[in-house]
Design a protein around this ligand. Structure first.
Ligand SMILES: Cc1cc2nc3c(=O)[nH]c(=O)nc-3n(C[C@H](O)[C@H](O)[C@H](O)COP(=O)(O)OP(=O)(O)OC[C@H]3O[C@@H](n4cnc5c(N)ncnc54)[C@H](O)[C@@H]3O)c2cc1C
Length: 104
């Protein structure tokens, strides 16, 4: 099975972890429009005050994603049309249709 998770923060990470517990071999990919893998939002204010380093804001270390074979695509904006059950991806400034089955 191929799993595509739209969003890569707390909810996306929990989803990836839950899938991995249930399916040791499925392909998991997290897509996010941000340039970062899941990080602690509450740490943002501490980061801005210089009390936390950027590298300490990640919710998981890079080794976690490697060990659990969780892939990701950053800077990847998506548009979901629930009525039509379609997901479009903004690639190179053009919307491309993705073939997926939407699960909420
Ligand atoms: C500064 C700050 C401080 C906070 N402090 C606290 C706190 O102290 N306690 C607390 O309980 N909560 C706090 N929160 C709120 C908490 O961070 C959020 O409740 C939590 O981040 C929600 O997690 P989430 O994964 O559901 O959504 P988000 O963290 O919003 O993640 C959404 C993900 O979806 C991606 N995404 C969204 N739209 C698209 C799109 N169209 N295409 C592709 N990707 C997309 C985003 O890039 C992101 O990866 C704080 C938030 C902020 C900003």
């Amino acid at each position: 099975m191929n799993y595509v998770i739209i969003g890569a923060c707390a909810a996306g990470l929990s989803t990836a972890e839950a899938i991995r517990k249930a399916d040791a071999k499925g392909n998991i990919t997290m897509l996010t429009e941000e340039a970062y893998l899941p990080y602690s939002r509450p740490s943002i204010s501490y980061f801005l005050k210089g009390k936390v380093k950027e590298s300490d804001m990640a919710l998981r270390k890079p080794a976690f994603y490697k060990a659990n074979n969780i892939k990701s695509a950053k800077n990847h904006t998506l548009m979901i049309n629930f009525a039509l059950q379609q997901v479009q991806s903004l690639l190179f400034r053009q919307w491309k249709m993705l073939t997926v089955r939407i699960m909420q």
